[in-house]
Design a protein around this ligand. Structure first.
Ligand SMILES: [Zn+2]
Length: 130
């Protein structure tokens, strides 16, 4: 069983308006390329994380991914999708919080001077195969 390390996807914000299909195609390219580099004959499991702001619908994404990897060595792999909550850091009081969408103010001091530290990312956590 081989286990590959984290592969960063390119960018994040530009995907906000893109469809799941485009992201699924990019993921398939990364998975198949990694599998080829490691001489895998079958990909068994793919773990991906999406920030909540990427607005992926897991069911649609999985469907798109399945279509993309059909007839490849990743065809039967298990796809695990993790959605990361939006997390902000307040410049006023330094607090870090998970927040709900569209409520970008500090829940401690009310400051709007915040930085988004999690929620826009898109990455492959691991690719497993044999
Ligand atoms: Zn604050």
């Amino acid at each position: 069983m081989k286990f590959l390390q984290e592969h960063s996807f390119h960018g994040s914000v530009k995907y906000l308006t893109m469809h799941e299909i485009k992201i699924a195609e990019d993921l398939a390219v990364i998975v198949l390329e990694a599998a080829r580099n490691e001489n895998l004959s079958e990909v068994t499991k793919v773990n991906v994380s999406f920030g909540q702001m990427v607005q992926i619908v897991p069911e649609i994404f999985e469907f798109a991914f399945r279509e993309t990897v059909r007839n490849t060595i990743a065809e039967d792999c298990e796809l695990i999708i993790e959605i990361l909550k939006v997390k902000i850091k307040c410049s006023g009081c330094g607090g870090e919080f998970n927040i709900d969408k569209n409520n970008f103010i500090c829940i401690e001091c009310g400051s709007a001077e915040i930085e988004i530290i999690q929620g826009k990312e898109l990455f492959v956590k691991s690719i497993e195969g044999e």
